[in-house]
Design a protein around this ligand. Sequence first.
Ligand SMILES: Cc1cc2nc3c(=O)[nH]c(=O)nc-3n(C[C@H](O)[C@H](O)[C@H](O)COP(=O)(O)O)c2cc1C
Length: 188
Amino acid sequence: MIFSEILKNRRSIRSFEDKAVPPEIINSIINDSILAPSAGNEQPWKFIIINNKDMINRIAAESKKNLLERIASNPNHSAKKYEKMLQNDSFDIYYNAPTVILILGDAGLKHTNVNCALAASYLMMSATSRGLGTCWVAFGTEIYDPQMIEELGIPENYKIIAPIAIGYPTKIPDIPHRNEPQIIKVIN
Ligand SMILES: Cc1cc2nc3c(=O)[nH]c(=O)nc-3n(C[C@H](O)[C@H](O)[C@H](O)COP(=O)(O)O)c2cc1C
């Protein structure tokens, strides 16, 4: 796939085939993701790969519960518009993806969010180039249960920055509307 095709086909995928992703492909995608730049080459990322359906359901339920609690206690919460959707028991925040990759970042470093977002971007493009689909699911960051954090193996001082659903897409949607780029000025 040429690069412009990767960019076009890298869509947020919300419907996956019931087909596992081979572990060697997941490893290749993660190896591609760490080619991303990072401030001072700090590479503050770590990865957790979850293929276990029960575990995916559990982290999804934990995130949903926490998010709904936060929305209930703050009507101005940015996710308020998703409240109804999240309350629906049949709504799976990971869209039945066979695999979820959590990209974690070192919480003590200044540029962690940006660096991990770059790794996530590389990861999503690498997946696309291999015929896979991804969706960055910010809802999935809301994991606070200490036992679950331990079970997942999230090291102390690391935070979840990019939960990514990954699998074979049932179809690749059209590009959602993009605003024209606002080039403020060209200074020659
Ligand atoms: C930081 C971030 C968080 C996102 N969180 C979610 C999410 O929780 N659930 C979801 O379905 N999509 C999520 N998305 C996907 C966006 O909705 C999607 O990128 C946007 O609608 C544009 O569509 P495209 O990715 O196909 O270009 C997220 C994307 C980003 C970059």
